[in-house]
Ligand binder design. Structure first.
Ligand code: HMG
Length: 387
């Protein structure tokens, strides 16, 4: 039986800041952000959006009422939790109108959360092939203003509908993972911004990639030539390029050039949104599917998931016959093109409005036309609206 990704939905906010403008405001060369980090635009998340609203928007784009009735498991991967106890998945079950005979919960391991959700979905679908699983990766990436991490923020949500007989990508059974206690990036309780050892984190990312990739090759006897594309968790898109370079440096130019070309397609959306944490790898998959002109059904894609702290996993999937129907759907590029640019001053203002354990709050959401918005907090309870 095949198990894999049947549909992918994506949502981010309607606002972004231009990276060249941000670089100039920070007295940096624009090319440091544009080329050195590989980032062009960064999503700015207003107070009317959070992980729940963006996850609902992403999921609503792909789910039919038949899908909703078949979902038996909702796994919400995030490291931007809105409650220490209640999971964001409960709000989503309600706002999307899912049938209630299901399991729904939140899961955390930095940027690895959605991949952990996929691992659970595999087990669940093996036991219940007639059901479907909704896996969410939703986050708002925040570092301090004027820190070196600032240029690697972003935010948004990915919704993956997993099923047996998937339309896009059938996951292959073998997978390689590696976990070790590392202090490369963390967010202690009470902190609204992440703490990070930036250069160390990049080193650990590459180390984990090497370990799981080699482990996977050993398990399967596959080699580089068996892959048509590699996609990566992309905290900033240059990070994935660095990882790719480690495995193509001594290979034939034709294979290397093809993998580099696919990588360019896979970073297009991430370059224009920024770090999505849990959703980043899957936004890159969406970007590859919609921006590559040379993928064909039957090809193998390698996926590297990384969550600081740290967990790495390398796994693979085979493109399905119907994946091209999905590719022709261009809603992401249209949606990204329609966003409004904000100045660096406005971005800083929005950044400072972040919600800090407020019990009562009214949010001005009128300029936000997203289908789901956060309208405020009453008696410490978040108020959502479907508009
Ligand atoms: P920095 O120190 O400001 O930047 O911070 P830099 O000096 O390292 O420069 C960046 C790159 O720009 C360098 O390229 C420069 O050479 C280049 P590299 O040597 O790395 O290839 N550069 C230029 N290129 C062209 N023209 C120019 C120019 N000037 C410089 N004029 C850093 C960079 C990534 C460390 C910082 O942004 C940061 O701390 N970010 C957050 C941490 C992060 O993203 N880590 C990635 C791995 S960990 C991970 O992926 C997990 C994560 O997503 C969290 C989770 O799991 O939950 C973060």
């Amino acid at each position: 039986m095949k198990i894999g990704i049947d549909k992918i939905g994506f949502a981010t906010s309607h606002l972004y800041v231009d990276m060249a403008e941000l670089a100039m405001a920070r007295n940096e060369e624009p090319n440091k952000y544009l080329i050195g980090l590989g980032q062009q635009k960064m999503a700015v998340i207003p107070p009317s959006q959070d992980i729940v609203t963006m996850a609902c928007t992403a999921a609503e784009k792909i789910l039919t009422s038949e899908d909703k009735n078949k979902i038996g498991l909702v796994v919400f991967g995030t490291e931007s939790g809105i409650d220490n106890s209640k999971s964001a998945a409960m709000y989503l079950v309600d706002l999307l109108g899912l049938q209630e005979n299901l399991r729904a919960f939140e899961i955390k391991q930095a940027c690895y959360g959605a991949t952990a959700g996929i691992a659970m979905a595999r087990g669940y679908l093996d036991l219940h092939p007639d059901k479907k699983v909704l896996v969410i990766g939703a986050d708002i990436a925040r570092y301090g203003l004027k820190t070196s991490g600032e240029a690697t923020q972003g935010g948004g949500a990915i919704a993956l509908l997993m099923s047996s007989d998937p339309a896009i990508l059938a996951l292959e059974p073998k997978t390689a993972y590696y976990a070790r206690n590392v202090m490369d990036f963390w967010r202690p309780l009470g902190h609204t911004e992440a703490l990070v050892e930036g250069k160390y984190s990049a080193k650990i990312y590459l180390d984990f990639f090497k370990r799981v990739y080699l482990n996977y090759l050993q398990q399967t006897n596959l080699s580089l030539g068996d892959f048509s594309a590699f996609i990566f968790h992309l905290p900033y898109t240059k990070m994935g390029l660095k990882a790719l370079r480690t495995i193509i440096s001594d290979t034939e130019p034709e294979i290397a050039d093809n993998l580099k070309e696919q990588f360019e397609a896979s970073r297009e959306y991430n370059r224009n949104v920024g770090n999505l944490y849990t959703g980043s790898l899957y936004l890159s998959l969406l970007s590859l599917l919609q921006n590559s002109s040379s993928l064909t059904a039957g090809q193998r894609i390698g996926l590297f998931s990384y969550g600081s702290g740290a967990q790495g996993e390398f796994f693979t999937g085979i493109l399905q016959d119907s994946f091209e129907d999905f590719v022709n759907n261009d809603h992401v590029s249209t949606m990204l093109a329609k966003r409004h640019q904000v100045s660096v001053t406005d971005y800083e203002h929005i950044y400072r409005q972040s919600l800090k354990n407020k019990d009562e709050l009214i949010i001005d959401y009128k300029s936000d036309r997203a289908p789901f918005v956060l309208t405020g907090i009453k008696n410490s309870q978040r108020q959502y609206l479907r508009q």
